[in-house]
Ligand binder design. Structure first.
Ligand code: MBD
Ligand code: FE
Length: 283
């Protein structure tokens, strides 16, 4: 199948989708106590004030910021902006106690409840889905080495053009999104295709910031996963491919050396072996 959504993929449409997804699915942090809001809001504002004084920010620059912030909301790009430039630090802090697998950011394009595929299966994809076929075998274990049968491995990733189903037009709803459940020995085998690198939309507010600052707009190709098992902390991670030009300068700062795969050629595609170790929940 030839993908034809190129012309119609817009920042505003994928941003609106990501914003709706977030609002339908996430707690808002409404329980944050006033002392904490006071402390954090004051410190962030104070860092802004310091920057203005240190660099003698002008009214022109202040108005450029104001109009840009308005456009982030209009384009629905708050999820994209925050997940690209802020989430990686939140993730580091949230998982620094872990002994098991390194994780990384979730990003804006996760959708829960992707179709169940069992322990061995093919992720939902189109007939003749473009891209190098990928066979991934792995095992989920606890930090004490015991295999975790019945663990969930939720996998979602971009297609061979860098587009995500449900956030770009013209792609079937659950394309390249699936839930796998490990067998009694904690093992799984997943068939999919290699994703392409991801470019931040150039026509939205985030793209305007990138262009205005002279940055590049790329994330390296990646597979997103959430791995979960009863009594264990949820692991959110991404896996990367060696040699990707942007592994060293991911715009979202989400690559860690432990998350880079070692694919081996096999037939008309490649195989990867990657296991997960989950931390037991802390009491
Ligand atoms: C992505 O695909 C992604 O994973 C992140 C973190 C941000 C933007 C797009
Ligand atoms: Fe992604």
């Amino acid at each position: 199948m030839t993908a034809t959504h190129h012309e119609t993929a817009t920042a505003a449409a994928s941003g609106a989708g990501a914003t709706a997804r977030f609002k339908s699915d996430k707690a808002y942090g409404g329980g944050t106590p006033p002392e904490r809001v006071d402390l954090l809001a004051r410190e962030v504002l104070s860092a802004v004030h310091d920057t203005i004084r240190r660099h003698k920010v002008t009214y022109d620059e202040y108005n450029a910021l104001k109009s840009w912030l308005i456009s982030v909301g209009e384009d629905g790009e708050w999820p994209l902006f925050l997940d690209v430039w802020v989430e990686h630090v939140v993730e580091d802090v949230a998982t620094e106690h872990r002994e098991g697998n390194k994780g990384t950011i979730e990003g804006p394009y996760y959708v829960p409840d992707a179709p169940e595929q069992g322990s061995t299966g093919t992720i939902p994809m189109r007939d003749n889905e473009p891209g190098t076929p990928l066979t991934w075998t792995g095992q989920v274990r606890s930090t004490d080495g015991s295999p975790l049968g019945g663990a969930k491995v939720e996998l979602w990733h971009a297609d061979d053009e860098g587009f995500y189903s449900q956030f770009a037009p013209g792609i079937p709803e659950w394309n390249l999104r699936g839930t796998f459940t490990t067998d009694g020995e904690g093992r799984f085998e997943i068939h999919t295709v290699r994703p392409a690198p991801y470019q931040i939309p150039t026509d939205g507010a985030c793209g305007k910031l990138i262009a205005a600052a002279g940055w590049h707009s790329w994330r390296p190709a990646h597979l997103h996963v959430k791995v979960s098992a009863p009594g264990h902390e949820l692991l959110t991670a991404q896996l990367y491919f060696p040699g990707d030009a942007h592994n060293d300068d991911d715009i979202a700062s989400a690559v860690k050396p432990e998350l880079i795969l070692d694919p081996k050629p096999a037939g008309d595609g490649e195989t990867i072996a990657y296991d997960f170790v989950l931390d037991p929940e802390r009491s």
